[in-house]
Design a binder for this molecule. Structure first.
Ligand SMILES: [Zn+2]
Length: 150
């Protein structure tokens, strides 16, 4: 009988401990939510995009921003010059490179132009040298985003 009583006590004690732990977890969750709301209001929350690049000084409330929105960056990274910034939140980034043609034993001059998303916080103008990184498809012809002004 004594053993059974002890077991019962132990179980009760464990249950109390569990309840306290749950309460603590709930408290933490509330705190986290409050801090998140505050940072959202202030607009200063900057995400780490995982490329080891410094975030821009300006902030924005855009959802399709790698630093302040939910846009995730993965895949290829290029460095180029902004050829056009006429598009709405879009700019054309181009860069030159040389390709060897075996038959003629000479180098061919090539040029690549890619349309990249231009977030408000970066807002690159034509002539700027920028880093662009691959992201999800944002429109029919746009799957890159400007990450940094060099
Ligand atoms: Zn931004």
């Amino acid at each position: 009988m004594e053993k059974k009583m002890k077991e019962g006590e132990m179980k009760e004690g464990e249950m109390k401990g569990m309840k306290e732990a749950e309460k603590n977890v709930d408290g933490m969750g509330k705190k986290m939510k409050e801090t998140r709301r505050k940072t959202m209001k202030m607009g200063k929350k900057v995400k780490d995009i995982g490329l080891g690049i410094k975030p821009p000084e300006n902030t924005c409330n855009s959802d399709t921003c790698p630093w302040h929105g939910h846009l995730k960056v993965r895949g290829r990274i290029f460095n180029g010059r902004v050829a056009s910034d006429k598009g709405m939140m879009t700019s054309r980034v181009s860069w030159n490179y040389y390709k060897y043609i075996k038959k003629y034993e000479r180098m061919q001059r090539c040029k690549t132009t890619i349309s990249a998303h231009n977030p408000e916080c970066i807002s690159a103008k034509s002539g700027d040298i920028v880093d662009i990184a691959e992201c999800r498809t944002l429109s029919k012809t746009k799957s890159f985003v400007i990450v940094k002004k060099v």
